[in-house]
Ligand binder design. Structure first.
Ligand code: SRM
Ligand code: SF4
Length: 561
């Protein structure tokens, strides 16, 4: 193998289709960690090794190894779980993890704090619950996300079904997962094949999302492959296709950047799986396998050119894409509270700060959701904005659910300001090894301060999208926030402004690497201008662009108005 390939390519090639030496690493009683190579392989199984960064220094001084534990990410296409699955995740979180369930920005659960000796039992328990963690991380197609649409059952069914089919279709074929975690008999030496991925899988992670206009609650233009369902007279006629979205950037490296997906055309439903397969295959063949920073599809597209990419895609498919159809997105957030569905059933969207469901003083959310799951007869949906929906509630059941919601303080949306209801923060410290600053743990105090500022300008109810990421990797999709803070160092953030409220325009860097005092002062002045000068229904990001405070980012997605 060429020496220029990144070390991860060598590890994948030597892993015998994702087996590595995981069995040996897990059995090693001397350390709570696993080897470097197995760390890379483990991601494909849906888990990351982490250590408690709050304890790093203390343990170093005591000459102890870091406090290692594992994060586990479930694979839940479209973010739908049954109440029974919820109860099982809840039990697993309390038995093996840190007693909390974390809803992610890709509408699944993460568990944190699982010890190495319990990793196998935890993953087996998730599988016993008719869920999986396979390929939730790693250089493969990840959890496919879909609009949660609490209003139109038929549209939700379409989005969810496609998320499920795309997720199934592009699962790795290796039996390594079943052998290592579920005690399936060994396939000698990993001789089975990976018809799509090949032995070194993709150059980098790959993400697919299905959105149903007018709701862009999945941020479809942040996906490697975004599918925008076109529904006419209640029937799905096909999908507009956007390729090359992605948020991640590296601090101080201008060759890395967030990018919105480019609309390249339209396909009817019967051609979607073939289209997705060929997009993945081109990325497999053309993606950069030497420099992981440049390996995502967005860089492949910019290096080769969109026209060349589309020509290759059409040639591999054997047909031409039709022109993209008209569509309109009006928001990328969630609508909180009760909404009646078209079929007469009810859906309750709860605001979950940073997606963390735990029992805290005055807010026993984990217990509350357990009580709800015990009586609820519909389903539960996780959203890409880290919230959750108690979905498909019969009219006669609303009162009982409401009482449990109130009793456990789960009705935060009733009290929340506009900005609180539309805030997202990534996990960051103490578990994320890449965090440069706090995000999830910073959000509560930041929101208190921002709410006070907004109230002083009469803007308490203004629905402003706030996104906080602990580093430029952008797990909270901060480059699509009307206001975004991106961690640069402890207590210091880049302040970015000016995205729209529909996920079609990236924001711009406004102030570089500043501390809280400066952030609040800048925003105070801008809130004053917004309060005085906004047009009716004009969003904060749109106002900042219209009034020339920030220049619009180049190339907003050309969606029809
Ligand atoms: Fe992410 C890496 C958490 C959504 C871009 N992300 C990580 C890791 C695994 C850190 C690591 O590599 O060691 C974080 C684990 C933190 C922890 O302690 O749990 C992490 N990412 C998350 C989650 C949990 C954030 C959250 O608070 O909800 C989200 C889990 C999603 C899921 O369920 O699959 C999460 N990450 C995202 C998104 C948003 C999205 O996909 O819609 C992005 C931006 C979109 C994109 O991919 O471009 C994102 N995560 C990254 C990147 C930058 C990738 C890049 O192309 O540069 C990294 C770093 C990397 O891959 O090297 C990263
Ligand atoms: Fe970690 Fe950075 Fe992602 Fe936040 S944005 S979870 S700090 S990698």
């Amino acid at each position: 193998m060429s020496p220029q390939l990144s070390d991860v390519e060598h590890i994948k090639a030597a892993s015998r289709l994702l087996r590595g030496t995981l069995v040996e690493s897990l059995a090693d009683p001397v350390t709570g960690a696993i080897s470097h190579g197995d760390n890379r392989v483990l991601k494909f199984h849906g888990s990351y090794q982490q250590d408690d960064r709050d304890l790093r220094e203390e343990r170093r001084l005591q000459k102890l190894e870091p406090a290692y534990s594992f994060m586990i990410r479930a694979r839940l296409p479209g973010g739908v779980v049954t109440p029974q699955q919820w109860l099982n995740f809840d039990a697993i979180a309390r038995e093996y993890a840190n007693g909390s369930l974390r809803i992610t920005t890709r509408q699944t659960f993460q568990l944190h704090g699982v010890l190495k000796r319990e990793l196998k039992a935890t993953i087996a328990a998730i599988n016993a619950n008719l869920s999986s963690t396979v390929a939730a991380c790693g250089d493969v197609n990840r959890n496919v996300v879909a609009s949660v649409n609490p209003v139109e059952s038929a549209a939700h069914a379409i989005a969810w079904d496609w998320a499920r089919r795309l997720s199934e279709q592009f699962l790795p074929r290796t039996r390594a997962y079943h052998e290592i975690w579920l005690d399936e008999n060994k396939v000698a030496g990993g001789e089975e094949s990976e018809p799509l991925y090949g032995p070194t899988y993709l150059p980098r992670k790959f993400k697919i999302g299905v959105a149903i206009p007018p709701t862009n609650d999945i941020d479809v233009f942040a996906q490697d492959l975004g599918l925008i369902a076109i529904i006419e007279r209640g029937e799905l006629v096909g999908f507009n296709v956007a390729v090359g979205g992605g948020m991640g950037a590296t601090a101080g490296d201008a060759s890395t950047y967030p990018r919105l997906g480019t609309l390249i055309g339209f396909v009817p439903p019967e051609r979607v799986l073939a289209l997705a397969e060929q997009v993945i295959a081109i990325q497999r063949d053309w993606g950069d396998r030497c420099e992981r920073r440049h390996a995502r599809l967005k860089y492949t597209l910019d290096r080769r050119g969109v026209d060349t990419f589309v020509a290759e895609l059409e040639q591999r498919l054997g047909f031409a894409l039709a022109p993209a159809r008209d569509f309109k997105f009006d928001h990328n957030g969630d609508r909180h509270g009760w909404l009646e569905g078209s079929d007469g059933r009810w859906h309750l969207t709860l605001a979950v700060e940073s997606g963390r469901i735990a029992d805290k003083p005055g807010a026993a959310w984990l217990t509350g959701m357990r009580e709800i799951a015990r009586v609820h007869r519909g389903d539960i949906r996780l959203t890409c904005n880290q919230n959750l929906i108690i979905a498909n509630v019969e009219p006669g059941e609303r009162e009982r659910i409401d009482a449990l919601v109130r009793e456990h303080g789960l009705d935060a949306w009733r009290r929340g300001s506009g900005i609180r209801r539309h805030a997202i923060a990534c996990v960051a410290l103490p578990t994320c090894g890449l965090a440069m600053a706090e995000a999830e743990r910073y959000l509560p105090s930041l929101l208190d301060k921002l709410e006070a500022l907004l109230a002083s300008h009469g803007l308490a109810d203004a629905p402003i999208g706030l996104r906080v990421s602990g580093c430029p990797n952008g797990c909270a999709r901060p480059y699509l926030g009307e206001i975004a803070l991106i961690g640069r160092a402890p207590g210091r953030y880049d302040l970015r402004l000016g995205a729209d409220f529909g996920g079609r325009r990236l924001n711009r860097l406004y102030r570089d690497n500043i501390a809280e005092g400066d952030i609040l002062a800048e925003l105070d002045a801008l809130f004053a201008r917004y309060a005085a000068g906004r047009a009716p229904d004009e969003g904060f990001g749109d106002f900042l662009v219209r009034s020339g405070v920030v220049e619009p980012a180049a190339d907003p997605v050309q969606a029809s108005a």
